[in-house]
Write a protein that binds this ligand. Sequence first.
Ligand code: ADP
Ligand code: MG
Length: 704
Amino acid sequence: MNTSDSLRGDIRRIKGIGEKRAQALNKLGVFSLFDLISYFPRRYEDRSTVRPVGLLSDGEAATICVICGDEPRLSRIRRGLDLVRFRAYDDSGEITITYFNQPYVRNQIHRGGSYRFYGRVEVHGSRRSMVNPACEPEEASGPLSVTGRIVPVYGLRSGLQQKLVRQSVRQGLDSCLSSLPEVLPDALRREFRLADAAFAYEAIHFPESIQALEQARRRFVFEELFVLSCALGSRQRSTQDGIRIPAADFEAFYAALPFSPTAAQRKAVMEAAEELSSGRQMNRLLQGDVGSGKTLVAAALIWQSSKAGYLSLFMAPTEILAEQHYATLSEFLAPFGIRIALLTGSQRAAEKRAVREALERGELDLVVGTHALLSEGMEYPRLALAVTDEQHRFGVDQRARLARSGTEALPPHVYVMSATPIPRTLALIIYGDLSVSILDELPPGRQPVETFCVNSGYHTRLLAFIRKLCGEGRQVFVVCPKVEEEAEPGSDGEPGFQAADGAEQNLLSAVEYAQKLRGELPELRIDCLHGRMKPAEKGTAMQKMLSGETDVLVATTVIEVGVDIPNAALMLVENAERFGLSQLHQLRGRVGRGKHQSYCVLVTDNKSDDVQARMKVLCESADGFRIAEEDLRLRGPGDFFGSRQHGLPEMHLADLGAETETLLRAKKAAERLLTEDPQLQEPEHRDLNDRVRILEEKMNGTLN
Ligand code: ADP
Ligand code: MG
């Protein structure tokens, strides 16, 4: 059997992994043996150095090697709470160890025995203690031991424990370590001095040293980027036939607008219009900073399509946005007699039916809507153009479905709009086969949003500022990172070890914040908007803000995407450290859309260099591209890319922003290889070919 085939086999086939464990692993997205060994640790704890008890300081996480000084005692504090406690010592000092609700520890630890413990130390005066430390006998060794070595820490879901994942990965590795496929050709490995697969898989999970870990990591970063480059490189730019939409004279369209389009808007319209009339299918991305006027560009293309008798779809990520786009597009397009309908999930069945029937009768030129556009039974005769706004909010398959939603012999043209600028090097790799238009100019007359960063000590002054602005008739957004206070999901779930992260963070919840604000500003009308509300309720809240019935809207990031309220003059972001730079930039884009001077205030009490650096970028720059680049540099692409934004597969290790060097090298190497062996047919490229195919399956045609 081909090694790659066995790697694709179900984890249930691995010795030691039964049904129950398999189901738990499935929750992590681990189905095959390959998934399992590719489930890399999220971080590591270096527990290798054994520290003398007497030198431990408060708060330190450390491994100690001690002798148990007395027989562990079990005491019941009250129902549901018991503890086992004992003293232990080494040459340098003594420590008290306590386990809560783990009575069995009593049978595992005995007076006079030698054990290693790893945990966080507390020091009170001259007394030292540890609570629920990881523990094993001093003689324990091997990759699965949890003290005295570097220990992997995996990302978990509730109900799973580190131990289970570690054991499963170990069993997975043992079952294939001698027959692992090698996707990197020997010559390439030599050229770039990369570790081989067997070493790398072992060391990424159970490193013997920091150096070994680094070697493994370096290899996988290269491998990921190399395989990705091979997958992208073997794709051809779409040359699929498309519906030919005759070119139109856009001056007629522009003349009917309330303003004249910017040069960037005109250029973007021309670039797309040319492709629409080319007879090839268009797959184009429009990138434009918040407020750059992307809607207008889409409207022009919809106008071109409708003139030729074709239907267009316009899909927005939320109902609020769909409604707003419906209103804006109607304003732009109704003067031309273009027939527009709105379709959202919360509409009554009768309304939806009316839209469906109008479509059947050919009475519509444009349908604006949410995901409801893609629901069962919707058919779109004469569909020629599918536009999605804020594309990163859509799942990959939703976009693919949109592209397949027409009933014509030819697929519709696809136009995706994004306000998340992507740094140029990255765009080249991601959209190597997609055409891109850029709106790099804001409509005239915009005043830059004045941005400040303050700490929560400014609260009273901010209240006065809100009062003043609202007194002048302006409106205010307040954004909080969470809906309601809820317990942070706890530790790394390892029995006998309480993780030290998940530090207490005093997050302000939107609901609580609104309540507090109502008390502080009783004369103002304060409303709240968050993701857990029903769509209709959200709609009402947004509507009240639009009509000026609300002075201050306290919200979660549901307002992040495109909603336009020109009268809003202040965006106040609480716990700003919790947001990514690009996200903050998006939020800021919600104000400064009217004629009033607008402000953005970022509130954070986090003084770390990293957070302060991020805030500084925002205060100094209004350029979405520059901010995106900084975001990548400072934070890495994890959040930047969301889980699978842009259709890119998730990178396990590679940091697409920071590793531009490796990325370019891997890309070059891939191109070279593909010129020698375009189909990856050579026997020595078989494993690579397999891996590229797995990746392509994952990307599932979403990049074209
Ligand atoms: P975004 O790119 O963020 O989606 P919008 O399409 O919502 O931007 O446009 C932002 C605002 O700018 C809207 O109120 C729109 O009417 C206005 N606008 C768009 N183009 C122009 C222009 N050329 N001149 C003046 N205002 C414009
Ligand atoms: Mg928009």
